[in-house]
Design a protein. Structure first.
Length: 85
């Protein structure tokens, strides 16, 4: 059994790219921020595009990552520590 995880963390800056899914042609190339990402719905991400207030939902393959949010300091410290055997 696989453990589902969110495809992209909330706060990730993304750009809409063309894929095999039908979508509005005006959306291709627009940028936005991932607002709604949960491990319960891994097939769709809520993205607020620049200049809009309501989220639009995209499949993870429809989005290209521009930048990811920084991890909290305690997570950064945990990554630097040596793994226990």
């Amino acid at each position: 059994m696989a453990v589902p995880v969110a495809a992209l963390p909330q706060g990730t800056r993304v750009k809409v790219v063309p894929t095999h899914f039908p979508q509005e042609a005006a959306l291709i190339g627009r940028t936005g921020i991932v607002l709604n990402a949960t491990e319960y719905q891994t097939q769709s991400l809520g993205v607020v595009l620049d200049g809009e207030t309501t989220p639009r939902y995209f499949a993870p393959v429809e989005l290209e990552v521009i930048s990811t949010p920084a991890l909290p300091p305690e997570r950064e410290l945990a990554k630097r520590r040596r793994a226990l055997p």
